[in-house]
Ligand binder design. Structure first.
Ligand SMILES: NC(=O)c1ccc[n+]([C@@H]2O[C@H](COP(=O)([O-])OP(=O)(O)OC[C@H]3O[C@@H](n4cnc5c(N)ncnc54)[C@H](OP(=O)(O)O)[C@@H]3O)[C@@H](O)[C@H]2O)c1
Length: 324
């Protein structure tokens, strides 16, 4: 099959389309003929050599795909060759074929075309698992950074569907408008005094923060959290090491958690996929959540797709079209 291979750690130019051996599904796995693959920020880190695949995972980059079932490993039931599907992966997505544990394969959202569906499952799984973990609910204040990004725009809409008040940050006027258009009641430029603006928007504090920045914003988030607030770190774009004021946390009875999806046990990922189908797909089907805009590149142009995501100009998701 053809797949994108990173020649060595480096910039987008290290990504090359190469002929590599087809994967074979082992017991409990489904072989997916890939139609499209979502491009995620974690892919950029893997290409740079900072985010190696977990043990046993494909070294080919790519955490999510859509496509058709091409073959079944022993013991897989509930799927037939030719079924349309999406899959959450530990790796291997930028390729014509990928083998994945059956629990991480799901039917696409009703009515979604396969290119659009490729960019949904990683985002949906990340958002639903983290906002459920944080117990975000009606009447609470939710802060998400990068509200026009892949994760952010989805998180804005899911939080609104839960009845939360949403404050979203973004880096340009166009992206702030987009945050408002998907439902953020407050859109705040992270290039200005965003802490003061969030404080003004949420004088009682923020109940849940979905944090892509890590260290750089740790002090601000501690200050902004409401009593019993929850800071959920999912990204480290602003570094890994900061100072946590335990006294401030204790006084607020606040919680800090940090999670990643990729390295979780297969059974946990299967449970998250089940929740995505049960809770998120109906919200997409009835229009409560609109799929975010997509910029589509052919598989062979994976380097351009990475450069585009890295540039910061992107709105919504970047997707690689792989098959027909
Ligand atoms: N832990 C997990 O399981 C998991 C899973 C998936 C993703 N993630 C993480 O989630 C984050 C978002 O991923 P994505 O796929 O949605 O990537 P993305 O579309 O590239 O989004 C990145 C976002 O970061 C925002 N940003 C850049 N600089 C910022 C700053 N100084 N302050 C606040 N926001 C800033 C950008 O906002 P503008 O575009 O407005 O500049 C953009 O929306 C990444 O950090 C990724 O690693 C974690």
């Amino acid at each position: 099959m053809q797949a994108i291979v990173a020649r060595e750690p480096g910039g987008p130019e290290v990504l090359e389309l190469q002929e590599v051996p087809d994967p074979t599904p082992t017991a409990g796995e489904v072989l997916v003929a890939v139609s499209a693959a979502g491009v995620n920020r974690a892919d950029l880190m893997q290409r740079q050599g900072h985010y190696p695949p977990p043990p046993g995972a494909s070294s080919v980059i790519g955490l999510e795909v859509s496509g058709h079932v091409a073959a079944l490993g022993d013991g897989v039931s509930g799927w037939s060759v030719g079924d349309r599907c999406v899959a959450l992966l530990a790796g291997g997505g930028y390729a014509e074929l990928v083998a994945v544990p059956a629990g991480q394969v799901a039917a696409p959202p009703p009515g979604a075309d396969l290119v659009a569906a490729a960019g949904l499952v990683e985002v949906a799984a990340t958002v639903v698992s983290n906002l459920d973990l944080a117990g975000l609910g009606a009447g609470q204040v939710f802060l998400v950074h990068g509200g026009a990004g892949g994760i952010g725009s989805f998180a804005v809409q899911y939080a609104r569907s839960l009845g939360a008040t949403v404050v979203a940050t973004a880096g340009s006027a166009e992206k702030l408008d987009y945050c408002r258009s998907v439902g953020a009641q407050h859109a705040v430029s992270y290039r200005g005094d965003w802490v003061a603006e969030v404080r003004a928007a949420a004088p009682g504090g923020v109940d849940v923060v979905l944090d892509n920045m890590g260290a750089k914003y740790l002090a601000a988030h501690q200050e902004l959290l409401a009593t019993e607030g929850r800071l959920v770190v999912i990204g480290l774009q602003g570094g890994t090491k900061g100072t946590l004021d335990l006294g401030a946390l204790l006084a607020k009875r606040a919680t800090v958690s940090a999670t990643s999806l990729r390295g979780r046990p297969v059974a946990e990922k299967a449970e998250i996929c089940r929740r995505v189908v049960e809770r998120i797909w109906p919200l997409l089907a009835d229009g409560t959540i609109a799929p975010t805009p997509q910029t589509v590149f052919p598989l062979a142009a994976a380097a351009d797709a990475h450069a585009h995501l890295e540039s910061g100009d992107n709105l919504g998701k970047v997707v690689l079209r792989v098959g027909p």
